[in-house]
Design a protein around this ligand. Structure first.
Ligand SMILES: [Zn+2]
Length: 136
């Protein structure tokens, strides 16, 4: 299948596009929860949807089900600081992520967890840029 066909298909089918987008977010952090570093099984809205948080890359981070569920509708940084696994480098990574500086976010995540195997910067950035461009 041609790449252009894939994009065309995703235009027709927003669900497929959303799935690709979520996958690229997980790949970016090496399928690890941005808060605690465990396996990421869900996408968490930093600012909850109930509080007007949008489903965009800057507001959506890979999270494990436990963090996603525990955080619920609490303000992300307030909640995070109270956790035993709180790591200031990860908090900075989340800030950078919200600012749209994903390469800085990735550097901070890797600093917090050097053994992490993530998608390389360039390819992850490119994927996410592509999705952002298409979403715009
Ligand atoms: Zn977690």
């Amino acid at each position: 299948m041609q790449k252009r066909d894939a994009i065309f298909l995703e235009d027709l089918c927003p669900k497929l596009r959303a799935r690709h987008w979520r996958k690229s977010l997980h790949a970016f952090t090496g399928k690890s929860c941005i808060y605690c570093g465990k396996n990421s099984e869900s996408i968490d809205h930093i600012l909850p949807r109930s509080q007007g948080g949008q489903t965009i890359t800057e507001n959506c981070v890979p999270a494990c089900l436990s963090c996603n569920g525990l955080k619920s509708n609490t303000e992300a940084f307030y909640w995070y600081r109270q956790q035993q696994f709180y790591d200031p480098r990860r908090a900075m990574a989340i800030r950078a992520w919200m600012d749209g500086d994903l390469s800085l976010a990735l550097r901070l995540i890797k600093w917090a967890n050097p053994s992490l195997i993530t998608t390389s910067f360039d390819s992850a950035n490119k994927t996410i840029d592509n999705w952002n461009l298409q979403a715009a």
